[in-house]
Design a protein around this ligand. Structure first.
Ligand code: AMP
Length: 210
């Protein structure tokens, strides 16, 4: 799993790692955004929390992950991105994985200074279809608004205004920060310096996993 504040590179690295190794990428943020687009009841429930930069309640989030894991089955390794985000979710995940005879193998904490996070998010845009994340300053799209990878629509997320980002960073510190100690006590935590180019961070992740 990837732990790290918004803008730390979790989505980019989790997507790359899953692609490279044939693992399954599970991003709770992407799952919620899919529900929002489909206009499902779960999406409507999540909308207010997401737009304010608050966490969706644990019970709702865990139920969604349980359903996703049920569909995935027990065979393939999963890369979690943005889950768990609270201690209650971490405990629920242990239970869910235990039922499947699985466990958490590695928790990768991407550490990035606050000013880098804010700068990255200001330039960030996401494909609504394949969820590829772009930094429009460092790597402009070949065609504006169109995903290089799948041709889907690329735009800025509605929860990436400066005010909501500030709140998301506070919520990360308060609720998700304590997870580092939780996984450190279990000997599966790796702290990685995420303030480097994408390929270099990917290399550090590979070393940590090996
Ligand atoms: P992300 O794409 O991971 O930045 O998530 C976007 C938003 O979705 C978050 O700010 C939360 O509102 C919600 N969200 C995503 N994952 C979780 C989670 N594990 N628990 C609660 N809310 C979540």
């Amino acid at each position: 799993m990837f732990l790290g504040p918004p803008g730390s590179g979790k989505g980019t690295q989790a997507t790359g790692l899953a692609d490279e190794r044939g693992w399954i990428h599970v991003s709770t943020g992407d799952l919620f955004r899919e529900h929002l687009r489909r206009g499902s009841a779960l999406g409507e429930l999540a909308r207010g929390y997401i737009d304010r930069g608050e966490l969706v309640p644990d019970r709702v989030t865990v139920d969604m992950v349980r359903e996703r894991l049920r569909v995935i089955g027990a065979g393939t390794p999963v890369v979690f991105d943005g889950f768990p985000r609270t201690l209650a979710q971490a405990e629920a995940l242990d239970e869910l994985l235990g039922e499947l005879g699985r466990g958490v193998r590695a928790a990768l904490l991407l550490e990035v200074p606050g000013e880098t996070l804010v700068r990255r998010i200001a330039w960030r845009a996401t494909c609504a279809n394949c969820h590829t994340v772009y930094n429009l300053k460092e790597k402009p799209l070949r065609v504006a608004g169109v995903c290089d990878r799948c041709g889907g629509p690329v735009s800025q997320r509605s929860d990436e205004t400066p005010e909501v980002v500030r709140r998301r960073l506070e919520v990360f510190e308060r609720d998700t920060g304590p997870l580092a100690a939780y996984y450190e006590a279990r000997g599966v935590l790796a702290r990685l310096d995420g303030d480097a180019p994408v390929d270099e961070v990917a290399r550090r992740i590979a070393v940590a996993l090996s």
